[in-house]
Design a protein around this ligand. Structure first.
Ligand SMILES: NC(=O)C1=CN([C@@H]2O[C@H](COP(=O)(O)OP(=O)(O)OC[C@H]3O[C@@H](n4cnc5c(N)ncnc54)[C@H](OP(=O)(O)O)[C@@H]3O)[C@@H](O)[C@H]2O)C=CC1
Ligand SMILES: O=C(O)C1=N[C@H](C(=O)O)C[C@H](O)C1
Length: 272
């Protein structure tokens, strides 16, 4: 008997893709029905469980995203910006809930999702863990309580394969800090310092990125004033925290009104 809802995982061979395949296939309340990779990938045509080095899961990896999305109740997508936009068009057409973990999307990319969110449920977050989403609320509160004597710096560290910076999480935290301060992040964001940068501008929100080894994801929000410093920190030591959030989002989105949502909506924390 088929369990419901039917879930397709995009980018099945990726670090997050494999984690998601394992969690969806082990979940009692959902059925893995699709595993998508790009055309030419050597997993295409293989059972996804076997390709991952384990037991067969009865789902063949496909490059036919439209077909996999067309039969899914929800798709979970931790891939790359161009792929995510292409999958969004298919999901809008079929009505599948689209859970987006992909980072590195530009403001223009995000704007392109808007018409799709009129047709189906899109849940997008640069970090799907409970801890980081709580940290955004704490960051907003602390930023609102302090004035610009406290310089806000966001420091993130990730594995050496990561292709985008600042991380999606760092940008979420920067956005939360800016909201707390009552300013627009694009007006105060200071990214990529190098060379003779001049002194730090009062009120700026700075970003710094570290890349090395197998670091899963670490984020500090520092409030630094003369004589004292507050640091809010989140450390992810296992990617399951992101996958768990994504599965929760896929279930939460079922039967919901079309629209653009985030993990605070899923966690019921948007009014906190
Ligand atoms: N929101 C969150 O909580 C989290 C977000 N992320 C984000 O998720 C994304 C993926 O991360 P990660 O798993 O580490 O990266 P990987 O590079 O390991 O995985 C990405 C996968 O997507 C595949 N892919 C890319 N384009 C397509 C396409 N057109 N069709 C099908 N598959 C495609 C890639 O295939 P190929 O190798 O052939 O390019 C690869 O298998 C990143 O943006 C990362 O920042 C990561 C963790 C948590
Ligand atoms: O690429 C990653 O690995 C991660 N990406 C997300 C981000 O850009 O913040 C979330 C997490 O930190 C891991």
């Amino acid at each position: 008997m088929t369990k419901s809802p039917a879930i397709a995982v995009m980018g099945a061979s990726g670090r997050m893709g494999q984690m998601l395949i394992s969690q969806v296939s082990a979940h009692e309340g959902m059925t893995l029905t699709g595993a998508v990779e790009r055309a030419g990938h050597d997993w295409i045509g293989q059972d996804v469980g076997v390709a991952m080095g384990g037991a067969a899961l009865g789902v063949i990896v496909t490059d036919d995203a439209a077909a996999a999305i067309g039969t899914a109740s929800a798709i979970i997508d931790f891939t790359a910006p161009a792929a995510t936009l292409a999958f969004a068009a298919h999901a809008a057409k079929s009505g599948a809930v689209h859970v987006i973990g992909t980072t590195g999307m530009t403001a223009e990319d995000i704007a392109k999702l808007e018409p799709f969110a009129e047709k189906t449920v899109i849940i997008r977050a640069g970090n799907m863990s409970l801890g980081v989403n709580l940290l955004t609320l704490l960051t907003k509160k602390v930023a609102a309580a302090l004035d610009a004597d406290f310089d806000i710096e966001i420091i993130e560290a990730h594995h050496h394969h990561k292709v985008d910076a600042p991380s999606g999480t760092a940008l979420m935290l920067g956005e939360a800090a800016a909201q707390g301060r009552g300013v627009a992040l694009e007006d105060v964001s200071d990214r990529g310092r190098d060379g003779i940068t001049g002194a730090r501008k009062r009120g700026d929100i700075g970003f710094a990125a570290i890349r090395g080894g197998d670091i899963v994801g670490e984020h500090d929000v520092m409030f630094a004033a003369p004589g004292e410093r507050i640091v809010l920190r989140h450390i992810a030591s296992d990617r399951t925290v992101f996958a768990r959030g994504a599965l929760k989002a896929a279930l939460w989105g079922q039967g919901r009104e079309a629209g653009a949502y985030d993990m605070l909506d899923v966690l019921g924390l948007n009014d906190a």
